[in-house]
Design a protein around this ligand. Structure first.
Ligand SMILES: [Zn+2]
Length: 147
């Protein structure tokens, strides 16, 4: 999803909740709702050794140019990790809520592609870090070769 769209989507929510939840929690909510798409840029840096924001944007837009991408802040293990920290540290619950709000829009785009039977759906990112590691582990590739 477009970072500008996430920014526009989360800003009114933060603005409305700010008087109730305070500055720190609002900042965490804002970061969760918007900033965690930074993992798309991290993917470009680590996978393609490319620091260009423009190249990274073009790589991901209008859809990712590779299959089974690992966006480390968009996996279930990361959400569980943030939620567990949130049990003990209140701002992290707002970070978690921001991430879930962010996911509503990411998932709505995936559902839209699925309904439209859009081929871009095949280039979806990994949902689980553990499953991604299993798919990309050396032992898995040797198993595939022997089949
Ligand atoms: Zn996202």
């Amino acid at each position: 999803m477009n970072p500008l769209f996430h920014l526009i989507a989360v800003s009114p929510v933060v603005f409305i909740l700010y008087p109730e939840i305070g500055l720190i929690n609002s900042l965490f909510l804002f970061v969760g709702g918007w900033l965690f798409d930074i993992d798309h840029y991290l993917y470009c840096i680590f996978k393609h050794k490319n620091f260009s924001l423009k190249d990274c944007y073009n790589f991901h837009s209008p859809y990712a140019k590779e299959k089974d991408l690992l966006h480390i802040f968009h996996v279930i293990e990361f959400y569980i990790f943030i939620f567990i920290i949130g049990i003990f540290v209140t701002p992290f619950i707002y970070l978690f809520l921001g991430l879930m709000y962010h996911q509503i829009f990411d998932l709505s785009k995936i559902i839209y592609f699925k309904i439209k039977k859009d081929p871009r759906l095949k280039n979806a990112r990994a949902i689980s870090l553990i499953m991604w590691i299993r798919r990309h582990s050396p032992s898995n590739s040797t198993k595939l070769k022997t089949l």
